[in-house]
Design a protein around this ligand. Structure first.
Ligand code: ATP
Ligand code: MG
Length: 570
């Protein structure tokens, strides 16, 4: 491939819209261009990297025994109504009508379509198990598309769906997918961790996310410093303190104090000369439209995933300012457990049971209580684990300290069970001729996000440093002077030799200054550069530069192929 004929519109300036390294670099290296929020064109270089990841995914999925198919992006509403998700998926599902007025949506995922296919063709346990996958475009109308391909609206996903007759068979496929995902992300050159994302009520862990460790990740992961426990903080369990007496009496008298304009935990505690853990934060939510007050200690964060589970709610949202005022009689910032109307359900975190003489809002503008105590001032409430784990909490498995790390979710494996097969009537006959719902699993990988995550982990101040397996090209030949015929001939011959030997090589034959060529080759991150300059003509040697170390060695032109083969495959 000749650089002069290839389309690589690199940018000198860092585009203002990009916040994180991978997004900036993918734009600067001419890999992607935005056409509208969350919608990108994959330029030739970007597409090559994407295809590399797709191919690794395809090879490993095929090796695992999964079978590829391709389903449509546009899906009829009827199937989504059958599964119940037409009403529950929310605004990420882009819906529209066709010319006949029928409802359709753009597929954010394909459980409905594949369950429909399977229910029409699977009859007996003998037809099972089956694991089908596709690599295809998805659309999700994300509320906040950002970071380029990391969180796009239109993006490429590998999604697989497995169908089993027994739980054991699902377990087996799940384990195979787990191992397959590890191999895929290893082959992509990523530093990643499988992380527990959900603990099923029966049968162990129902879900794992594959997280690439990076400070710019959107997910927080609780990692044990001793055992191999790692879980998304959305789900990481907080162990209840056992040693103390809950709801024990304090010593201070209850007082209502004026806190003019002090609303946040910091403002109130600083004003009252207290610590954040002396205060109870009262957060007002609407759970299936009913008001709920969630109580957590001032230095803790509420965990909405846990709260939603505790409440058994379908929908949970923070109440707006008007609702808070209508319910508590005070603007946002002054809610508290004492004096809340009876129709507001109170749910408290375990840790608040161990607080005494605490501060809380007085449900009155510019006022808080101090010296609040359980039993004397407030009825005892039932407590639950509704907060986010912190580094002060112990590992829920072994008790050792926890570390919170940031991660990018590149893959997700999930035991679905019979949710879709029951809703949509996908059944089979077991060996006794009894009709049963098929047991399902689903397994996703974000292809574009994987490329972005790889760049997030592999770059320096010069640009991208592609891991060889996903690099758009393995080698770039930089011809120093295109006007020098002898030099050009050597470069061209070298290019032909590498090409014929199956090395993916980009030939920088542009009439540009060497500095420009070097800068571009470093920005676009091709793992090895072969520089053909004066020495090639005079002494028959070229320079081979390793992009990662930026170390250069002189190699006789006859030995270049052998040298590259050995470094590329090492
Ligand atoms: P997230 O929590 O990041 O929104 P998700 O839980 O919605 O992800 P899944 O439905 O499990 O994601 O989708 C499978 C994979 O698809 C994810 O692991 C991720 O790699 C990728 N993915 C999901 N949403 C996007 C997006 N908006 N842009 C790019 N890739 C995405
Ligand atoms: Mg999502």
């Amino acid at each position: 491939m000749r650089y002069s004929k290839f389309f690589i519109p690199t940018l000198k300036e860092v585009p203002a819209e990009a916040e994180i390294a991978s997004h900036k670099l993918m734009l600067r290296a001419g890999m992607i261009r935005k056409i509208a929020s969350g919608l990108y064109t994959y330029l030739p270089l970007g597409l090559r990297a994407i295809r590399k990841v797709e191919n690794i995914v395809r090879q490993e999925m095929n090796r695992s025994g999964a079978v590829e198919l391709l389903m449509p992006l546009v899906q009829p509403a009827e199937l989504w109504k059958e599964s119940g998700r037409w009403d529950h998926y929310g605004k990420e599902l882009l819906r529209f009508k066709d010319r006949h007025g029928r409802d359709f949506c753009l597929g954010p995922t394909h459980e409905e379509v594949i369950t429909d296919l399977i229910r029409k063709h699977i009859r007996s346990y003998r037809d099972l198990p089956l694991n089908l996958y596709q690599i295809q475009t998805k659309f999700r109308d994300e509320i906040r598309p950002r970071f380029g391909l990391m969180r796009a609206r239109e993006f490429i996903m590998k999604d697989a769906y497995s169908f089993s007759a027994t739980e054991e068979s699902l377990d087996e496929i799940y384990q195979t997918m787990y191992k397959t995902y590890c191999r895929i992300f290893e082959r992509c050159g990523l530093d990643f961790r499988p992380v527990e994302a959900d603990t099923g009520s029966i049968g162990g862990h129902a879900s794992h996310e594959f997280m690439v460790l990076a400070d710019t990740g959107e997910d927080d992961i609780a990692c044990c410093t001793k055992c191999n426990y790692a879980a998304n903080t959305e789900l990481a369990e907080v162990k209840k303190l056992q040693q103390q007496e809950p709801f024990a009496p304090g010593s201070e008298a209850l007082k209502k104090v004026s806190t003019p304009g002090r609303k946040t935990v910091e403002e109130v505690t600083e004003f009252l000369n207290k610590k954040a853990n002396d205060l109870i934060k009262t957060l007002i939510f609407l759970a299936d439209e009913k008001p709920v007050a969630a109580l957590v200690r001032g230095d803790h964060e509420i965990n909405e995933v846990k709260l939603k589970k505790v409440l058994g709610a379908e929908e949970l949202e923070m109440a707006g300012a008007e609702t808070v005022e209508a319910l508590t009689g005070a603007p946002v910032g002054f809610a508290g457990p004492l004096g809340l109307p009876d129709d507001v359900k109170v749910v408290a975190d375990h840790s608040v049971a161990y607080m005494k003489d605490f501060v809380a809002g007085a449900n009155e503008k510019d006022a808080h209580y101090t010296g609040l105590n359980w039993k004397r001032d407030l009825d005892v409430v039932s407590t639950h684990d509704i907060r986010v784990i912190t580094e002060a909490d112990p590992c829920p498995r072994c008790g050792a300290p926890i570390e919170i790390k940031r991660g990018i979710e590149v893959g997700h494996i999930f035991k679905l069970g019979t949710k879709y097969s029951e809703a949509m009537g996908a059944t089979f006959l077991d060996s006794n001729g009894k009709e049963k719902p098929i047991i399902m699993g689903c397994y996703g990988i974000g292809i574009g996000r994987t490329v972005a995550a790889a760049i997030e982990q592999n770059h320096d101040e010069r640009g991208i440093i592609f891991p060889v397996p996903i690099a758009p090209f393995e080698v770039i030949i930089s011809l120093i002077n295109v006007k020098d015929e002898k030099m050009s001939l050597i470069a061209k011959k070298l290019y032909d030799t590498l090409f014929e030997n199956g090395i993916e090589v980009l030939f920088d034959d542009r009439n540009e200054r060497p500095g420009v060529k070097f800068k571009d080759s470093e920005l676009i991150g091709i793992p090895f550069r072969v520089t053909v300059g004066k020495k090639a003509v005079e002494e028959g040697v070229v320079e081979v530069t390793d992009r990662r170390t930026m170390k250069t060695e002189l190699v006789a032109k006859e030995d270049v192929l052998q040298r590259l083969v050995s470094v590329l495959h090492d």
